[in-house]
Design a protein around this ligand. Structure first.
Ligand code: C2E
Ligand code: CA
Ligand code: CA
Length: 862
């Protein structure tokens, strides 16, 4: 799959690799640094430019001042070092000449505002101001600094001086020169008679305007000190060496202009870089997403069982993903080029049956189309297919989709559906399905009067087989039994398993009433045959209860109940038989329900009673204990024996309350009888109750009866189905100090085995053995064996149901230690026990004994 994606973007992927952050970041840093550098360079260059500009401007201003200085100095020299000037200004002063040559003329030709001739005493002998002759005004106009300028000349021949003077009405560029003859002139000026010529030009607004125009400067003005330090200033030379004044101007902003010129380019570059970075970032993200989606796709296609297919417009496969190999064991490369329908065959009966992919995709993307495909192994697989047509620029490129192998899912679904209606062990229909079929049969019966029978079956003796041969054998027996039952019925009938060892049959093809009975007989016979359970053969029988429609009604649920009631009768009637439902059974059921209600009422309101029957020491005849025996004084039915009470209580659950009542009553009574033992019978159902030990301990504590005086009588039925729990409870009871007696010994299957599993404190031989004592010869041998067994285990033996002195004699002869029976006393109410104890005379016990001694002696003699 990787290869395929690479084919799709061969260049793109590599570019994506290249455009990784490892390249992008340094590149961005480089661009950033060079941008910064450019900005800095531009800033520097603008700054430099500005400095240069200012320098040039300052030079220009200085140049302007120097130009005027040079012009003034040149002019004043030209006129001062001239023979005519010596002649007319020094030797023979001539005002007209002066006015025409260095007065008005100067003003008019050169525009100098002021000219002046000073004598050797610095007195003004000639002067004009702006074309008007006035020597004093001219001199005054130049202010107090004029003498200093003249002093510069220091009376030298051929000297000139220049300075900007603070005149009366402003600054004056002033040049002065000593009036001397031309070189090689015959004229001479007497020493100390030198005169000076002065030309001055007022530096006014006009001067600044001209300066601004000539050098392209704006905002020019004079200042005594540079007022604005940010503005450039040029110095006007003075006589003292310090500045006479400053000219300031507004510098031209060439740097800023240049900046404005470059700024758009710079901003454009920054913008371009930003956009480029964004584009690269976006592209990077797109490629990262592509890479992630590739990885995702790769992971999915490598792990999922779903596979991807693509075809051309003619539905010929152009691509099949690798997962196809896992799912169908077909090589994807070999499939390319083959028609899609060769691989995916439409599944008939599915929701989108028998339609090809093109037809489905014509409507839009589709899912849940079901197809079949033959796997490499030849096995048929079921596939759920989703797909769509692929278009580009209005042209059909082909089809593309995903196939999911749902074979197992569908198999499981079918299995689940089957299990929901069938029993997992036998495969027979279960309760649910039976109920459905019963409802159908009942409906048929209601509409058209078609008869049907419901049979409830219960195996007799199944529990024993399960317990002795194990669950595997038990399960096998149920399976075989189910098979036999199926063999007994006709095709239309239903054999169902209700649970445990209970089955049910719905018989529908009934032609004559006798058909039902014949089926029952067939079943009883068939089940009774021995089963081969892969080893030991086993035998069970079956009890059947039958209800028939329409005779017994046409309500399915009710029929099942009736058949169950009949089954109860069949079982209680001796098993291995069938029994039809009769209306009388309903009455019995009602009676039973009534009895149950009565029993619960008796538990609350009284009516139950305990009788006590003495237990006697065989040798001394002494009274050693009493056994509590239950009676129920029923308001209608009179005094009822335990056989009428205990099973009812066990079946209805009342046994727990009843058992607790017996324990408390017996303990309370027992405390009044000195050291007599009190024996209490415990039902297995009562015994298995979780809090039984606690109940006993609580009753003991409440009554104050010493635990060693209590004997609990249990039957082996308790231990038959036990997995160790009952033994543990017995041990707990023993730990309380209570004694445990095994009751009815010899009536069960494996009493002997149980004797070894728990250290009982007493064994009671069942009265059926005692009754036959002296009658059947081998009974005596059995009793002897039991007594000897007790002796070897060091467990005392008690014989029940001793009615005759002869029986007692036999027991004494065998060495039996205790006895109980009508011979000694019938069970008596609690109130009579005290009298019984008081009037008990061991020798009385011996009386009938003596009568029989001869017999016994005869026996022992025989
Ligand atoms: P069991 O434990 O074998 O009790 C002795 C039964 O034999 C008593 O019958 C008693 O009346 C009877 N019996 C005593 N001596 C003789 C005799 O010489 N000859 C004959 N034929 N019978 C004799 P009962 O009272 O009808 O009790 C029947 C069974 O009911 C008891 O048999 C015992 O298993 C059970 N049972 C009695 N009381 C209770 C009880 O409170 N709880 C439970 N769970 N079972 C009880
Ligand atoms: Ca008993
Ligand atoms: Ca007994």
């Amino acid at each position: 799959m990787q290869a395929r994606i690479d084919q799709l973007h061969p260049f793109g992927t590599r570019l994506a690799e290249f455009a990784s952050t490892r390249v992008i970041v340094p590149l961005a840093v480089l661009v950033g640094v060079s941008l910064l550098f450019s900005v800095f360079a531009i800033y520097r260059s603008v700054h430099l430019q500005e400095a240069l500009q200012r320098e040039a401007e300052a030079r220009a201003v200085t140049q302007g001042v120097r130009t005027i200085a040079r012009a003034l100095t040149n002019e004043v020299r030209d006129y001062a070092w001239w023979d005519d000037a010596v002649h007319h200004l020094v030797l023979e002063p001539d005002a007209d000449w002066a006015d025409a040559n260095v007065g008005r003329y100067i003003y008019q030709s050169f525009g100098y505002d002021l000219s002046l001739v000073l004598d050797e005493h610095d007195r003004s002998i000639f002067g004009q101001v702006e074309g008007t002759s006035d020597p004093d005004a001219a001199r005054d106009r130049l202010g107090p600094e004029l003498p200093l300028l003249i002093a510069e000349l220091d009376g030298h021949d051929r000297a000139t001086a220049f300075a900007v003077l603070h005149g009366m009405d402003g600054l004056y560029a002033t040049a002065a020169a000593t009036i001397v003859p031309e070189a090689g002139s015959p004229l001479t000026v007497a020493a100390g008679g030198h005169r000076t010529l002065v030309f001055a030009e007022r530096l006014a607004e006009e001067f600044l305007t001209d300066l601004g125009t000539d050098f392209g400067l704006a905002g020019l003005n004079f200042h005594a000190e540079p007022a604005d330090p940010t503005r450039p200033a040029a110095v006007l030379p003075s006589l003292t060496g310090t500045a006479a004044a400053y000219i300031q101007w507004t510098p031209a902003d060439t740097g800023r202009a240049q900046l404005f010129l470059m700024l758009p380019g710079l901003l454009g570059t920054i913008l371009f870089c930003g956009i480029a970075a964004l584009l690269i970032h976006a592209r990077d993200r797109v490629y990262r997403e592509i890479r992630e989606s590739e990885a995702r796709f790769r992971d999915i296609s490598q792990t999922a069982t779903d596979w991807i297919w693509e075809t051309d417009p003619e539905l010929r496969l152009t691509f099949v993903s690798d997962a196809c190999q896992r799912s169908l064991e077909l090589n994807p490369e070999e499939l390319v080029g083959r028609p899609l329908h060769e691989l995916l065959r439409p599944q008939h009966g599915s929701t989108t049956e028998a339609r090809d992919v093109a037809e489905l995709a014509a409507v839009g993307p589709f899912a849940h189309a079901v197809y079949r495909a033959q796997a490499g192994s030849g096995e048929d697989h079921v596939l759920r297919v989703a797909g769509k047509a692929v278009w580009r620029d209005g042209a059909l490129l082909g089809y593309r989709g995903i196939a999911t192998d749902v074979t197992a899912e569908i198999g499981a679904l079918e299995q689940a559906r089957f299990l929901a209606h069938h029993d997992a062990l036998t495969g027979l229909p279960n309760r649910v399905l039976l109920q459905d079929r019963l409802d159908e049969a009942a409906a048929r019966c209601r509409r058209r009067g078609i008869p049907a029978a419901v049979l409830c079956l219960d195996l007799d003796g199944f529990k024993e087989i399960n317990d002795t041969l194990g669950h595997t054998a038990g399960d096998l027996l149920l399976v075989r039994c189910g098979e036999r039952l199926r063999g007994c019925v006709r095709g239309g009938d239903t054999v169902a398993r209700q649970g445990g060892d209970e089955f049910a049959i719905l018989q529908t093809d009934i032609e004559r009433p006798a058909d039902v009975e014949m089926l029952c007989r067939r079943i009883v016979e068939a089940v009774a045959l021995p089963f081969d359970l892969d080893g030991p053969a086993a035998q069970v029988t079956v009890s059947i209860g039958v209800a028939v429609m329409p005779e017994d009604g046409d309500d399915a649920a009710r029929l099942l109940q009736q058949a169950d009631l009949a089954l109860y009768r069949a079982k209680s009637g001796g098993r291995n038989q069938y029994c039809f439902y009769e209306a009388a059974m309903d009455r019995q059921l009602r009676e039973r329900r009534q009895a149950e209600t009565d029993l619960r009422a008796a538990l609350v309101h009284g009516g139950l009673q305990l009788l006590y029957q003495p237990q006697v020491d065989c040798v001394s005849g002494a009274l050693v204990g009493v056994e509590a025996l239950l009676r129920w004084r029923h308001p209608v039915r009179g005094m009822l024996p335990p056989a009428e009470i205990i099973p009812l209580a066990e079946e209805t659950g009342a046994i727990h309350a009843l058992g607790a009542w017996v324990l408390r009553t017996a303990f309370a009574d027992g405390t009044r009888w000195g050291e007599l033992h009190v024996s209490v019978n415990v039902s297995p159902v009562q015994f298995r109750q979780a809090d039984f030990v606690a109940t006993v301990a609580g009753a003991l504590a409440d009554s104050g009866l010493a635990p060693r005086r209590l004997e609990l009588e249990v039957t082996e039925g308790l231990l038959v189905h036990d997995n160790g729990t009952a033994l543990a409870v017995l041990a707990e009871l023993k730990a309380l100090g209570v004694r445990i007696t095994m009751d009815d010994f010899g009536t069960g299957y494996s009493s002997l085995a149980y004797l070894h599993r728990f250290p009982f404190d007493k064994i009671k031989i069942d009265r059926s053995f005692i009754r036959q004592l002296g009658g059947r010869p081998n009974t005596q041998a059995i009793v002897r064996a039991m007594v000897q067994l007790g002796r070897s285990l060091a467990v005392p033996i008690c014989a029940e149901g001793v009615e005759t002195p002869g029986q007692l004699a036999h027991l004494r002869a065998e060495g039996c230690m205790e006895a109980q029976g009508f011979l000694f006393a019938h069970p008596v109410p609690a109130g009579d026990v005290a009298d019984l104890v008081a009037g008990w005379r061991a020798e009385d016990v011996g009386k009938p004994l003596r009568l029989l001694t001869a017999n016994g002696a005869e026996h022992s003699a025989a």
